[in-house]
Design a protein around this ligand. Structure first.
Ligand SMILES: O=C(O)CCC(=O)C(=O)O
Ligand SMILES: [Fe+2]
Length: 358
């Protein structure tokens, strides 16, 4: 028996019952994780299925301006066809902005539980929320993380007023970071369009008004990391995700039945293709299934930016990529409908893309 059963650590928050979450478990020094964090044997991070020696592709974005432009676009194309995930270096997002955002992430999660609780919300459709599980009301087995989610585009003062204001500089730094990531993402979308033989604004155009969300993932040390996961295997439902990870290992991508560890590169971003990219490219670019493992000694943070269509955008395979030899593999979807169904699926969400296959 744990000294403090988790069930006793439940408090009524602004948006419902706030459950202890993993940070409280870590701070209480639990030696055995509660059953609700224990994954089924099949889902556990079995070391023999993990590859530490391979590297995902690295794209040097500074080369896009010079003689090597064609070569870089070709490298990008290969990375998307073979992996669906790569790292970018020399991306022009100021190092200062990356560091300040990471510092804000640490300072927010260092706040006392009562302060963070002001933002607690278990509804997965809420735009700004602090949570302990993607869909706490539906999931029976939870991930070993807590998180802070916020929409960042379209940006307005009204939206910013819903973001945390603790620490006091949080909103200013988050706004600046979100704008920097948006610039990088728009450059990536243009390069990706070009790599597909589409006009450069194609991907930006099909996303209509665009939607950008930032998710700060916080993974405290876990006393039994072999029994659980920080984030279970999934694909992201959006178009592309731009992820800043700290120096602690944890992210893994599935390839040919094995989990390849994505080793952090200082100041790089990890970019992965999401479900909508697979639909738009008619399966030419595969979305990458990924997960995050935890460890017993170090806290890990990652800051994911999910970039995708506005909810009313209609997503379908690009007509230019369809011909007699390449019939459409996916039906047309309204992104808002896709997201609603994806969320409703709860723990089996990774299979959702299958349901729009023709
Ligand atoms: O923390 C990570 O490295 C991955 C997080 C992730 O996949 C997500 O938030 O969708
Ligand atoms: Fe993800």
């Amino acid at each position: 028996m744990e000294k403090f059963p988790v069930e006793t650590f439940r408090v009524e928050g602004r948006f419902g019952i706030y459950d202890a979450g993993v940070q409280a478990l870590f701070e209480r020094g639990v030696k055995k994780i509660p059953d609700k964090y224990v994954k089924s044997v099949h889902d556990r991070p079995c070391a023999k299925n993990v590859v530490l020696t391979r590297r995902i592709p690295v794209i040097d974005m500074s080369k896009i301006y010079g003689d090597e432009r064609v070569k870089v676009i070709q490298e990008l194309k290969c990375a998307c066809e073979d992996w669906g995930i790569f790292q970018v270096i020399n991306h022009d997002v100021p190092e200062r902005s990356m560091q300040s955002m990471m510092e804000m992430a640490h300072r927010f999660f260092d706040l006392p539980a009562e302060k963070k609780m002001q933002y607690y919300d278990s509804d997965p459709s809420s735009e700004t929320r602090y949570g302990i599980s993607y869909n706490a009301d539906k999931e029976t087995i939870l991930d070993w993380r807590d998180f802070l989610l916020q929409r960042c585009h379209p940006l307005s003062d009204e939206l910013i007023s819903t973001w945390p204001d603790m620490p006091s500089s949080y909103r200013e730094i988050a706004k600046n970071y979100a704008m920097n990531i948006r610039i990088l993402t728009l450059r990536l979308l243009a390069m990706l369009s070009e790599s597909l033989g589409l006009y450069r604004e194609y991907l930006a155009d099909v996303l209509k008004e665009h939607e950008q969300k930032m998710l700060i993932n916080h993974y405290p040390p876990c006393p039994q990391p072999d029994l659980t996961l920080g984030v279970s295997g999934h694909t992201d439902p959006n178009v592309i995700t731009v992820l800043q990870q700290d120096e602690v290992e944890g992210l893994q991508v599935l390839r040919d039945g094995l989990w390849i560890a994505v080793h952090p590169i200082r100041n790089a971003f990890v970019v992965n293709m999401g479900d909508q990219m697979q639909i738009i490219t008619n399966g030419k670019y595969q979305c990458a299934e990924h997960r995050a493992v935890v460890n017993s000694t170090k806290t890990r943070f990652s800051i994911a930016t999910f970039y995708g269509p506005s909810l009313d955008a209609v997503i379908c395979p690009a007509p230019k990529l369809i011909d007699q030899d390449h019939p459409p593999h996916y039906r047309q979807v309204i992104y808002g409908d896709y997201l609603r169904a994806f969320r409703a699926k709860g723990p089996n969400k990774k299979a959702y893309l299958q349901s729009v296959l023709l």
